[in-house]
Design a binder for this molecule. Sequence first.
Ligand SMILES: [Zn+2]
Length: 378
Amino acid sequence: MRASFRLGRLFGIEIGIHYTWILAFALISWSLAQRLFPQVYPGWSTGTYWITGILAALLLFVSVLLHEMAHSLVAKARGLPVGSITLFIFGGVSNLEEEAKKPSIEFAMSIVGPLTSLVLAVIFWGLKQLIEMPASPAAALLSYLWTINALLAAFNLIPGFPLDGGRVLRAIIWGTTGNFVRATNIAAMIGRFFGWTLIALGLFLVWQGDFLGGLWIAFIGWFLSTAADASRRDMTLREGLRGVPVSALMDTSTETVTPQASVEEVVYNIFLQGRRHAVPVYQDDRLVGIITLTDVKESPRHKWNQTTVAEIMTRQPLYTVAPEDDLSSAMKLIAQHDINQVPVLHQGRLVGLLKRADIIRHLQLSQELGMRPGQDRR
Ligand SMILES: [Zn+2]
């Protein structure tokens, strides 16, 4: 998940907020200030309800951030590159650039999140015991925080992928059977089942009249089952491409254009001629960009003859792969940056273009023929 706003760095990890988080923050502050606190603690002023509500929502997100931070720091300590942490509507997500290579690492990385939430729950509970007035805003705040952190720990320990508990389960099955694919499939199946259960529960609550709460739970369920599905698909894909070199599937045409060429030339001479939807742009024997169909679509058609490639091409960031790279990592790069193709360079020279569509077609074909991808060449 890519962040919409960046907050800054903590221990070298980029912290960001996805725009959906703002909605969650507003909704939680509002429901605390207008619903929960007035019901449980009558008699405060409106301002007190709001300040306590907003403070509680903020501290909830600090708690979520600490939970994610724990995952990321353990990952980092075990040598995995950690990209960033993004807070979004359903909590937080650590964007890891690589998956754990050993079950023990995955186990430690996953369990530490719920443990952090549990420790936070105990700390907030302990602080609450020190407060003498049980109906004061401070007591209300601490009560909310210890309860919500305990719930976070419990919820995340449910053994369905992609929840932490699902990862813990996967690590255990993976560790005992040595079969990563089977472990992922089992954890993802439980994850999907749990997601559907939440959707059913949410709809039941809506039917019972709790519209907002029910909808929220149903959405979380939907999110979980989709994520479980996606991670399973993603794994099948990557397992299928592992060990196959980029050179096996790349388009070996090395046609390039110069930055001075007109967009019209590129469209008529290249895009409309064949199946290519992108051309690397070269100047003085150096790759300076890539011009894609997406770039062209953004430029008004009647200006194509006056527009040069340099004006609309994608310059930065320019991703490339090498012919001997593994297709699974190349596919990950393509998916992560949501691009459709990537130039293949060998010692700085262009040797081809790797296209997302070709990878997908190859996977579909091998599946239809009942072959393992990459095994069609002898
Ligand atoms: Zn977690």
